[in-house]
Design a protein around this ligand. Structure first.
Ligand SMILES: C[S@@+](CC[C@H](N)C(=O)[O-])C[C@H]1O[C@@H](n2cnc3c(N)ncnc32)[C@H](O)[C@@H]1O
Length: 382
């Protein structure tokens, strides 16, 4: 239900000047008007001289940051920003989130949500220190997701934290392939910007409805200039410039192979892919007898499927190694949060593979008479 704009902006003003403010972003523009800056971000900081409100604005090319003292200086700076014809305000405090969108008729469409903490897990402790991202962070009220998905994503980000070098700086371009409802995309943005990185993210999913929904969510969060979405296949969706970091959480079946192949083609520096179901190698194993003396591994259906899972991910890691990556397969989250709890984590080294590594891979696939999808996708690459 639209509300009068002045009253809604007064509410925004009170939150911006509230000591409980966590972060706020103004972006977009009102119909027929253009603010003097493309985006403004406000957050509280503590300097030697005491608490300040940090205001970062961007003219689209360069950022400008200043720290204003509470009182008249902060009041004046906030009033000046509220007078700009921004189309959206997103304000987070310790207790709540408020999103304001100015409608075409100049009214305010306001969405208010309380910061929510997930219920503690049965039989378990749920302390803040168990999480990389605070579960009370207001973004979770926006992006939703089940408790299990929240755990998976937090654990995935922990693995990411352990992968990126501590002294990483400069712009970081990230893509989330098979992003679905973009829970990981948004959480990764939150984590990486908290680390002080200048990050841009693109989420790719074949579903156009997901692209629309996720784009609207990015706008509501005030992140649309940093987080964008493309509807297309992992194999050929347009993502420019090429990303430094490729993420894929539970991209179905061979979509994980597409994600790994795309990462290699992009020469991505880091790749984190948690595979989902594995059907490709399992079907190939079913279609022919196992080489002697390994029939016992594949005679029972369930054993054949589990063996196919292991073989698939071992061969994926092996292929990454042949294409200039150091790759490892780790368990990234407890299996009670998802049975799909393996993560292929790879870092580009650019090293050419040794002959014995090539031979080891070839012997394994020839022996079993299989051609993994990733091998086909990478065919023709040195
Ligand atoms: C199981 S969901 C996982 C979504 C999300 N990453 C998560 O963990 O919540 C897999 C997603 O991958 C998308 N997908 C599957 N194959 C794809 C392909 N070849 N190209 C692009 N998206 C694909 C599906 O539409 C779906 O949204």
């Amino acid at each position: 239900m639209p509300e009068p704009l002045d009253a809604a902006l007064s509410e925004v003003r009170a939150l911006l000047l509230d000591p409980a403010l966590t972060r706020a972003v103004a972006a977009g523009r009102r119909r027929g008007q253009r603010p003097s800056v493309v985006r403004a971000e406000l957050r509280p900081v503590t300097l030697k001289g005491g608490p300040r409100l940090q205001i970062s604005t961007s003219d689209g090319a360069r950022p400008y940051t200043r720290n204003v003292a509470p009182g008249a200086e902060a009041d004046g700076a906030v009033d000046a920003l509220l007078a700009e014809p921004f189309g959206n305000w997103h304000v987070e405090t310790a207790d709540s989130t408020l999103q304001l969108r100015v409608t075409k008729s100049g009214e305010a469409q306001v969405h208010r949500a309380a910061a929510s903490r997930p219920a503690p897990e049965p039989g378990g402790h749920d302390r803040a220190k168990d999480w990389l991202l605070d579960p009370g962070d207001p973004i979770f009220a926006e992006i939703g997701g089940s408790a299990a998905k929240r755990r998976q994503v937090d654990a995935f980000l922990r693995a990411l934290a352990a992968t990126l070098p501590d002294d990483l700086s400069g712009p970081l371009r990230v893509v989330d392939l098979g992003c679905g409802n973009a829970y990981l995309t948004f959480a990764a943005h939150r984590y990486l910007t908290r680390r002080g990185l200048d990050v841009t993210l693109v989420g790719v999913d074949v579903r156009e409805d997901q692209r629309r929904r996720n784009t609207e969510l990015a706008e509501r969060l005030g992140w649309a200039d940093r987080v964008s979405f493309v509807a297309g296949t992992i194999a050929d969706a347009r993502v420019e410039p090429a990303p430094d970091l490729v993420l894929a959480l539970h991209a179905c079946d061979t979509a994980t192979d597409e994600a790994l192949a795309r990462a290699v083609r992009w020469d991505a520096r880091w790749v984190l892919a948690a595979p989902c179901c594995h059907h490709d190698v399992a079907a190939q194993l079913r279609a022919r007898p196992a080489p002697a003396p390994y029939e016992l591994l594949t005679r029972q259906g369930i054993l054949r499927e589990r063996f196919a899972d292991v073989l698939t991910d071992a061969l994926r890691a092996g292929l990454l190694r042949l294409h200039g990556y150091r790759a490892e397969v780790v368990e990234f989250v407890d299996s009670r949060h998802t049975p799909r709890n393996l993560l292929i984590r790879a870092r580009r080294t650019g090293s050419a593979p040794a002959d014995d590594q090539r031979a080891e891979y070839r012997e394994l696939v020839d022996r079993w008479g299989i051609t993994p999808r990733l091998e086909t996708l990478l065919a023709g690459r040195p």
